[in-house]
Design a protein around this ligand. Structure first.
Ligand SMILES: [Zn+2]
Length: 254
């Protein structure tokens, strides 16, 4: 099993050096699970040597465009390509209707001779609260994390906790640093891929490097950082982290 970072940048990634943080998990049997599908996907997928035909499964963590903005491209590509089958789409039940009604339907609802739904383009697997989905024998547990607190309600992102070949992996997706909710996952995981903002002008909706650097050494030493801004980066290895994930970097689990 191979985990490939098609990109490791933030929503504000510009230029050719990096793409948005969308990942591809490739099984021994050739199945390919896309972990988030942002507006960069047309470029990041092709830059890694893949096309829309390769994607068999998709997971969506939340509804920002750097995570869902490529679904129209993938959905239409599959619909009009006779060689392409519908992808499975795994998404929290709470997000599934919003994904269609508030994000995708504007561009995808009208097809010649019909009115489309999300099921026209994808085989949808809504996931229950505290739920999980299974792909290639791997259980992916959804771990809601705090992405945005509006003051009225919290908009979560759904991170993933899963185990491949005995290695426990925590992928935060977009998140603030929330020790009360995430600490048990930090402790259980063997490897953590953590959202890490590096902007000089921090937004409150992503964990910032200056916060993450204060974590205990035992956690930092299993933590890879991604979702960072373009430009120069701090010395993550020197500060006790595994490092910043580079675009195209792969992690093998056997
Ligand atoms: Zn986000």
């Amino acid at each position: 099993m191979r985990l490939l970072f098609l990109g490791s940048g933030s929503a504000f990634t510009v230029g050719a050096d990096n793409f948005q943080s969308n990942l591809l998990l490739i099984s021994e049997t050739g199945q390919k699970l896309l972990l988030d599908c942002g507006s960069d996907i047309r470029f990041s997928l092709h830059a890694a040597g893949f096309s829309h035909r390769d994607i068999t499964d998709i997971y969506i963590s939340h509804l920002h465009a750097d995570h869902v903005g490529g679904l129209e491209y993938l959905g239409f590509s599959a619909l009009f390509d006779p060689a392409c089958e519908k992808s499975n789409l795994y998404v929290s039940k709470e997000l599934a209707s919003e994904l269609w009604e508030r994000t995708l339907s504007g561009g995808m609802r009208c097809v010649e001779g019909d009115i489309a739904t999300l099921d026209t383009f994808f085989t949808v697997h809504p996931i229950k609260s505290q739920g999980q989905f299974i792909w290639e024998g791997i259980q992916f547990h959804l771990t809601p994390v705090v992405h945005i607190n509006t003051g009225y309600f919290v908009m979560p992102s759904y991170g993933l906790f899963f185990e491949i070949a005995g290695v426990k992996i925590f992928l935060t997706t977009d998140t603030q640093l929330c020790l009360d909710t995430a600490e048990s996952y930090y402790k259980q995981a063997d490897i953590i891929f953590h959202d890490c903002e590096t902007s000089k002008f921090p937004s409150p909706v992503h964990a910032h490097y200056q916060e993450l650097v204060t974590l205990p050494a035992t956690i930092k030493q299993k933590m890879w950082l991604y979702g960072y801004h373009p430009g120069s980066l701090p010395d993550a290895k020197g500060d006790g982290f595994c490092g910043f994930v580079k675009r195209g970097q792969t992690f093998e689990f056997h």
